[in-house]
Ligand binder design. Structure first.
Ligand code: MG
Ligand code: MG
Length: 262
C-alpha cells in the first residue's frame, strides 16, 4: 500500500478536484440507493456505479486494486450483504427483501480521490437491522464532528468507539479509516477505537476517509475464501458508513455528500 503523509490540498485546484471527485461519488451513491430493491443483482449495481463515474470523467478506484496476494478487485463497488462487513465482490447474487447491503465506492478525478460507503435495507428490514444502520451513520457523524485542524486522530476514534460501544455494538478493529488524496490510502490511519488527545495531529490541507464498521455482535472478522470478502466472525449483521472529508481554510468539508446546487 502506498503511503504519503498527506497535505493534499495546497491550492484551490486540489480542493476543487477533491470536491468534484466527492460529488461524483455522491451522485453515484444516490443512483445506487434508488436501485436497491428486492431482485436486483449486485453486478447490476456495479454497472450503475461504473457508468456514473466514467460518464463524469472519473475512474473507478477499486477496480483492479491489488492488496496482498489476492486477485485484483474485479468491481467498481464493494457489496457486502448482511454479516459481510467489507470488500464483497459484485456478482449475479440477487438481493432479497429484508437483507441489508453495504456499498463502498471510490473514484479518482484528475488524480484526486473520493471514498465513501453506506448501508441500506432491501425493502423492509427488522428494527434490529435499522437500529444498527442508524447507529453506524450516527457514529460516523460523531467522528466527523471532531475533525478540525489542531485536533488529534484519537479524538475521532474515541468519538466513534464511545458512541458505538455504548449501544453494545462491536467496533471492527482490523479495518480502519485513512488519509486520502493523491492515493486512496494514505497516512494517517484512522481507527474506529482509541483515546482522545492521542495519535497524529490533524492539519489543514489533509483529507481523511472516516469509516466506522459496526457489528451487532463481536468485533472479530473472518476472511472468506474468495480472498476479498470479510464477514463478522460470529455471523451477526454488520453496517459500514464512510465519507471523505477535506480540511480546508474554512474548516472540514464532507466531499462525498451531495451539495445542493440550488
Ligand atoms: Mg471505502
Ligand atoms: Mg476507505
Amino acid at each position: 500500500m502506498a503511503h504519503q503523509t498527506g497535505i493534499t490540498i495546497k491550492s484551490n485546484r486540489e480542493l476543487k478536484l477533491m470536491l468534484e471527485a466527492g460529488q461524483i461519488i455522491a451522485r453515484a451513491k444516490a443512483k445506487l440507493a434508488a436501485a436497491i430493491v428486492p431482485g436486483v443483482a449486485t453486478r447490476d449495481l456495479d454497472a450503475i456505479a461504473e457508468d456514473e463515474i466514467r460518464e463524469n470523467g472519473a475512474i473507478p478506484s477499486f477496480k483492479g486494486y491489488k492488496a496482498g496476494g489476492v486477485i485484483p478487485f474485479p468491481g467498481t463497488i464493494c457489496v457486502s450483504i448482511n454479516d459481510e462487513i467489507v470488500h464483497g465482490i459484485p456478482s449475479e447474487r440477487k438481493l432479497n427483501e429484508g437483507e441489508i447491503i453495504s456499498i463502498d465506492v471510490g473514484a479518482i478525478y484528475h488524480g484526486l480521490h473520493a471514498d465513501s460507503a453506506f448501508t441500506i435495507g432491501v425493502g423492509e428490514v427488522s428494527d434490529e437491522a435499522q437500529r444498527l444502520m442508524d447507529a453506524t451513520r450516527e457514529s460516523l457523524d460523531r467522528g466527523i464532528a471532531k475533525i478540525r485542524a489542531g485536533a488529534r486522530i484519537g479524538d475521532i476514534s474515541s468519538a466513534v468507539q464511545t458512541y458505538a460501544e455504548g449501544l453494545g455494538y462491536g467496533v471492527v478493529r482490523q479495518y480502519v479509516g485513512h488519509g486520502i488524496g493523491f492515493e486512496m490510502h494514505e497516512d494517517p490511519q484512522v481507527p474506529n477505537y482509541g483515546q482522545p488527545g492521542r495519535g497524529p495531529l490533524i492539519r489543514k490541507g489533509m483529507a481523511l476517509a472516516i469509516e466506522p464498521m459496526l457489528n451487532i455482535g463481536g468485533w472479530e472478522t473472518r476472511q472468506l475464501d474468495d480472498g476479498w470478502t470479510v464477514s463478522t466472525a460470529d455471523g451477526t449483521l454488520s453496517a459500514h458508513f464512510e465519507d471523505t472529508i477535506a480540511i480546508t481554510e474554512d474548516g472540514p468539508t464532507v466531499t462525498t455528500r451531495l451539495v445542493s446546487t440550488s
